[in-house]
Design a protein around this ligand. Structure first.
Ligand code: AMP
Length: 326
């Protein structure tokens, strides 16, 4: 698929001496895994090139994946910038990306606002890491994969596909993940880093379960206000993880976490769903994303309630015209 674009990307990579790789803000395992994974492949394959992973924010939770690079502005002169897993330019975690000579976009989000001199977007992919694994697989005679690079990429595939349970997972996803395992990934350590938790977080879970609200048609939601964040000593990022706790309530095909960002006077919204698409709903509230995993921003508790009401109405309509949901 898209063989010509991949070939063009490889040609560009081979023609540049300096390559900067960036991802989206508020990184997840896929954003970090895909950028660090590609960078490691390129460093090992082209030891004479200067390859940097440059971003403006970082993830405490994913710090086990290691750090990124800091570069001077001159590095961008005549350089190639590759941005991965980032649907729109406003979400690029590197404002300096504009200073590079050329820009390549590699992404698996819906391509609403295309950018880049070369753009390789496959929105059916379960993760951007799957695309990097595919890129490697296409050019495996030329590129070098290491255990480290395979671990980054596998990490993104596991996390973005929710441990290979997302509907976007295909036989090719599993084929590519299987190929990565051949490079000796320590999956036990990786999974422990990703999923082992401490007792305090269990207390936090108990708070969540006590505070989940469910609308008449089955939208599950929770509001992590400033007081709750303080009570459990949460960062915005760890408070945002709350969305995953709502994902398996029978009859709740839409679930939403609202996370108060007091400093910015806005409320981050994380929307998830099963069977029914919620990205258009996210679009209406200053956001976007995938069919069943999207994000938005609201600016008041009234707007929060309006989003919940809209979601409830959508779900009511869905349930009245569709059967077979759990
Ligand atoms: P999140 O809940 O932040 O994990 O986001 C789920 C998906 O929606 C991700 O693929 C994001 O790229 C996308 N997304 C989140 N927030 C926004 C936003 N404000 N605008 C557009 N897309 C978003």
């Amino acid at each position: 698929m898209n063989e010509d674009i991949k070939r063009k990307i490889l040609q560009k990579i081979e023609s540049y001496g300096t390559i900067i790789v960036s991802r989206h803000i508020r990184p997840d395992g896929d954003a970090i895994g895909s950028t660090k994974g590609l960078a490691k492949i390129l460093r090992d394959t082209y030891p004479d090139k200067k390859i940097y992973v440059v971003n403006e924010d970082y993830s405490e939770q994913l710090s086990f994946l290691g750090g990124e690079d800091t570069v001077d502005d001159e590095i961008y002169d005549g350089a190639l910038q590759i941005v991965i897993d980032t649907g729109t330019t406003d979400r690029i975690s590197n404002r300096n990306y504009v200073k590079a000579k050329e820009l390549i976009k590699i992404d698996h989000h819906i391509d609403d606002r295309p950018y880049g001199d070369i753009s390789w977007v496959e929105d059916f992919r379960s993760s951007a890491c799957e695309m990097i694994a595919d890129f490697y697989d296409t050019f495996k005679d030329r590129l070098k994969m290491s255990t480290e690079a395979a671990t980054y990429i596998y990490c993104g595939m596991v996390t973005d596909s929710v441990r290979f349970s997302d509907e976007s997972v295909t036989s090719e996803t599993l084929y590519l993940a299987g190929k990565l395992l051949e490079f000796g990934i320590d999956t036990q350590t990786l999974f422990a880093n990703l999923y082992v938790t401490d007792v305090n977080s269990l207390k936090f879970k108990s708070y969540i379960y006590d505070n989940i609200k469910i609308t008449p048609n089955g939208v599950a939601y929770i509001y992590m206000d400033d007081a709750a964040q303080k009570k459990f000593n949460l960062t915005l990022e760890s408070a945002s993880d709350v969305v995953d706790e709502l994902n398996s309530i029978r009859g709740c095909l839409i679930w939403v976490a609202f996370i108060d960002n007091k400093a910015k006077q806005q409320i981050r919204v994380r929307l998830r769903s099963r069977f029914i698409g919620i990205n258009e709903l996210a679009n209406r509230y200053h956001g976007g994303g995938h069919k069943m995993a999207a994000g938005a921003t609201v600016y008041s508790e009234q707007e929060m309630q309006a989003l919940v009401d809209d979601a409830d109405k959508m779900l009511g309509e869905y349930k009245s015209t569709n059967g077979g949901w759990l």
